[in-house]
Structure formats: C-alpha cells, structure tokens
Design a protein around this ligand. Structure first.
Ligand code: PLP
Length: 401
C-alpha cells in the first residue's frame, strides 16, 4: 500500500481498510460452517462504517447489534431484518419497541426483568416477540478482564437455572416465542477450549429445553475469536466450527456466529504522521498526530498494535514510546518500540486496527474524528469524511447561553 500517496490525498491521521482482506476473512467464517445451516451475524460494534457494512451485507452477512443505533445502521446498509439480532445488557424500552416494529430475527435477553419488559411491549403491539436467552456459562475465557464476559462476576447473561425458568415462562407466554439460545464468553479469545466447554454446557441446556417442548431453532455461539496482535497463535476456524458442531451431537440447529474482531481487525491500519521527537532524560518520545481518542485500545487494554515506520532511515534504531498530543500520560500508541530517528512528516502505521479502532474513537481534546478509506482491487475510496471543527461545536452553538 502506498501510504505516502494516501496521506497526501486524505491527510492524517487516517484509518485504511483492505476490503479484499475483509472479504477473505468473512468468507472464511462462512466456509468453516459450510454444509450446515449457519448465519454469520457480524458484530457491528467492532466497526460500524456503513460502506463496510454494505460490503459485508453483499457477501451475505447478518448483524449482531447492541443498540438501536446499530440496528438502524444494519438496516441502512441493506441487511435484512430477518438477519439482525439485538443483544446488550441494558436495552431501553423504546429500543426494544423499535426493534420489534422492525421485525428483527430475535432479541437476546439478558435478564428476567428484561424478558418481562419485552413481553409487555410485544403485548402492546399485539405480536409475539422472538427471543433468545443469553446464558452465562461461568467459564473463564482467559482473556483481558475488561473483555471477559462469561463468568458470574461479569454483568452479562443469566445462570443456567434462571435461563431454564425463563424458557418455561416464555413457553407459556402468548407474546413471547423462544427461537434461540445464546452465549458469548469474551473477546480476543485465543484458546478454543473455553469456547467448546461453554458450547457443551449450553448444548446440554438446549437439549433439555427441546425435551421440554421448546422449539429452539438458533444456537448462537457469540463471537470473540482473537487475532494475532503480538504474533500469538489464533484459533483455526475449521477446528472452531467442528468443535461447536460436535458439541451439538446429533442436533442440527442453525448456528449463529457473532464474529466481529476476527472479520475486520486485520484488514485495517491506522496511519499517523510524526510531529516531532523529544527526550526526557534517557526516555525518548516520538510524538505523532494520532492519539488515544482515535485509537483507544493501547491506553484502555494495554493492547499492542505493531508499529511500522515508513520514513527515510537516517540512522540507527533506538527504543522509544510513540505518543499522541492528548493531555494524558496514558495517551500512547506504542511503548518501548524500536524506531530510527524520526523527522516531522514521517509516516507510521499501526497494524490490526480495523476492529475497535474508529468505532471506539472520540472527540476528546476537541479533536475531530479522522477519515476512513477503503482499498479494494488496488483502488482507494473515501468511506467517511474527516470531521470538521464546526461539527464539534454545532450542537453547543445551537443553544449557546
Ligand atoms: C462484542 C460482542 C461480540 C463480538 O466480539 P468480537 O470479539 O469482536 O468477535 C459478539 N457478541 C456479543 C454479545 C458481544 O458483546
């Protein structure tokens, strides 16, 4: 990729996504479950750019949404309602109402209280709401605690016994229909075993529910498959799919997979430009125009995004931290990495930034959000304009004291 040319055309900082890699990664999921009924519901929160969603929709993707805003995005991108599911631990009544009115595939319930709210809203619409229960299997996903979700200490899902009681209630309700069963134990998972343990546990529950006369058609295995940020080995998709299918024994529900990061993570890079260098005693800092508001993962999770230098090699490499202009000591993009002497204007990229990069970005320090560009078959195209200062202040100007 010619980052110099792209930086001249679109400016920096910049997110660049390779849609050829995106297609490959999505189809890899589809192929892993080939021959079985399966729907890949891409988790929008990883990257919800509309052009990216449209592209995935054209490949047959469904959508896993965690807010009504994401449901609206999925519909706008051309994903059919019957391929959209709505998850999330705190859905508001008006979000539930709109999701039901739009006729999405199902709502993933996170508690009994939520079940009763969905029932009430369905009753007011005189419909039967399709639902699924998110079961918390109490399994340690062995990932960063901020992105682990499958333990009782996490806020997500309900315990197996409560789930059972919920399904029995749903069965008796004229306004609820149990169509799925769901689990999701965490994100950036690099070990298959915890996922399969969870799948086996939930498959057991699924089988006992069928025996009780519930007609559950969808077995939703969540997402969470990790990518290789630091050269670690990742879960082979074939083993993943085979393991899940094996956990289901002879049953053949439609598998729903809510993959996010594994589909979009690798396809993106974050491109920044060097502003300057400084040293505080022994410590060397390379200051760039991108910051934690643009790519939050290093500051939030101590995540590693491999840095690559694209400038002229003027001397020997030495250790430095790559930091942004934001007024926080936690504002860094990489720590203790080797870079040659840098000059103003040199370019640096951060790898694997397609997931939870732009979608987690903010305008902190009054920094407009950056532009996004798609590359496909050697062609580049802007898919989100860089924000302007005027957009940062318009909501305040409208009601200025
Ligand atoms: C975040 C999330 C996903 C996607 O996680 P990835 O790690 O990006 O695959 C899927 N399902 C649910 C319920 C989530 O919260």
């Amino acid at each position: 990729m010619d980052f110099t040319a792209l930086s001249k055309i679109y400016g920096t900082p910049l997110y660049i996504y390779d849609f050829d890699v995106l297609r490959e990664n999505f189809l890899a999921f589809k192929n892993a479950f080939a021959g079985r009924k399966a729907l890949i519901c891409y988790a929008l929160k990883a990257n919800s750019n509309l052009s990216l969603l449209k592209f995935l929709a054209s490949l047959g993707a469904g959508a896993d949404c965690v807010s009504i805003g994401e449901v609206r995005r999925a519909l706008l991108a051309g994903i059919a309602p019957y391929k959209i599911i709505f998850s999330g631990v705190g859905k508001r009544d008006e979000e539930i109402l709109e999701a039901l009115q739009k006729g999405i595939l199902f709502i993933n319930l996170e508690s009994s209280q939520e079940m009763h709210r969905v029932e009430k809203i369905a009753q007011s619409l005189q419909i039967k709401a399709r639902v699924s229960v998110r079961v918390n299997p109490n399994i340690d996903a062995k990932t960063h605690p901020y992105i682990s979700t499958g333990l009782h200490e996490n806020k997500f899902g309900v315990e197996i016994e409560e789930a059972k009681a919920m399904y029995l209630y749903i069965k008796s309700s004229p306004h609820l229909e149990a169509v799925g069963i769901h689990f999701h134990i965490g994100s950036q998972l690099c070990e298959l075993d915890p996922i399969l343990q969870a799948s086996q546990k939930i498959a057991k529950l699924y089988s006992s529910l069928l025996a009780l006369g519930l007609e559950i058609k969808f077995f939703d295995v969540g997402g969470g498959l990790g990518i290789s940020y630091e050269g670690q080995s990742t879960i082979p998709l074939y083993d993943y799919a085979q393991g899940i299918l094996a956990s289901l024994g002879g049953y053949e529900p439609t598998i729903i997979c809510e993959a996010g990061r594994r589909i979009v993570g690798e396809c993106g890079v974050f491109l920044v430009r060097v502003i300057g260098e400084k040293s505080n005693g022994q410590k060397r800092f390379v200051i760039v125009d991108g910051a934690m508001n643009d790519l939050m993962r290093p500051s939030l999770y101590q995540a590693i995004h491999q840095a690559t230098f694209w400038g002229e090699k003027r001397g020997e490499e030495s250790v430095c931290d790559i930091v942004g202009p934001i007024c926080e000591s936690g504002d860094y993009l990489a720590k203790n990495v080797l870079l040659p002497p840098c000059a103003q204007g040199d370019l640096i990229t951060f790898a694997n930034a397609g997931a939870y990069g732009f979608s987690m970005s903010s305008q902190y320090n009054s920094r407009p959000r950056v532009a996004e560009v798609a590359i496909s078959a050697g062609e580049h195209k802007l898919i989100r304009e860089r924000e302007e200062f005027e957009e940062l202040i318009e909501k305040e100007l409208k009601c200025l004291l």
